[in-house]
Design a protein around this ligand. Structure first.
Ligand SMILES: Nc1ncnc2c1ncn2[C@@H]1O[C@H](COP(=O)(O)OP(=O)(O)OP(=O)(O)O)[C@@H](O)[C@H]1O
Length: 231
């Protein structure tokens, strides 16, 4: 099998806000097909780190390098922790899935757009609910619609900030199954920020644990076995 391509390289990355040091000299490679879970107690810098990965924030020092030819921010689908559903969004492709899961009456979408939307909805198992309004959907369905929204842009990587937060066990399991399938079958790289041990144990190929004092640990599942891990 050919060596997997590195998509993002974090090189000696350090971040702090005022006097609070989040992490110092963090080095990490995220490769195509990785399932990276970022864990650590509240306020340790997990959301900050994913903002850095998307180059939406500048680090104190160090670099975020997009190493693969053709990989850039546009190839990252982002599923944020919270969002405001604005019913007044213009009906472009990005907002389309968030307004209505699918609507045959929207005339200006091309055939290709429609195919992308229906493929994305199928991947998140919402093809049968495509006419439903987001506002009337369950928490799990909404979360899956947001994943579909990220998928329509053909991402190489999806970054999700606590996507199972507040979901019941069944919905949580379904979201995680969908993400695992995207990683295994489509080689989509998954970067997951989570406080949920089950999600990490069942899915991760790589784990980054932020300790909150500037230190961190990078490893595989054995990182969880050998440590008193706090989620
Ligand atoms: N723009 C900012 N300016 C100043 N401080 C900030 C800023 N953004 C985040 N912080 C602080 O940095 C720390 C890390 O925040 P961050 O949201 O990255 O943590 P987190 O690990 O994602 O937390 P949680 O698990 O609660 O979501 C917190 O103490 C937060 O208050």
């Amino acid at each position: 099998m050919s060596e997997k391509q590195t998509l993002i390289k974090l090189v000696d990355l350090s971040m702090s806000f005022d006097q609070k040091l989040l992490f110092k000299n963090l080095n990490l490679e995220i490769k195509q097909g990785d399932f990276l879970s970022i864990i650590g107690p509240n306020g340790t810098g997990k959301s900050t780190l994913i903002q850095l990965m998307m180059k939406e924030l500048a680090p104190r020092s160090g670099q975020v390098i997009y190493t693969d030819n053709g990989f850039d921010r546009k190839k990252i689908g982002f599923v944020p922790q919270t969002r405001n559903i604005n019913e007044d969004y213009p009906l472009n492709l990005t907002s389309f899935v968030s307004l209505r899961l699918y609507d045959n009456l929207i005339p200006w979408l091309t055939k290709k757009d429609r195919l992308k939307i229906s493929t994305a909805l199928k991947k998140v198992r919402l093809q049968d609910k495509s006419d439903n309004l987001l506002a009337n959907s369950s928490g799990g369905e909404q979360q899956r619609a947001y994943i579909a929204q990220a998928l329509v842009h053909d991402p190489k990587m999806i970054i999700l900030d606590e996507p199972t937060n507040g979901l019941d066990e069944r919905s949580k399991k379904e979201v995680m199954e969908i993400l695992k399938k995207l990683q295994v079958e489509d080689q989509v790289t998954i970067v997951l920020v989570t406080h949920d041990p089950e999600s990490v144990i069942q899915n991760s190929t790589k784990i980054l644990k932020l300790n909150g004092d500037g230190t961190f640990e990078v490893g595989d599942q054995s990182l969880l076995e050998n440590n008193d891990v706090e989620f």
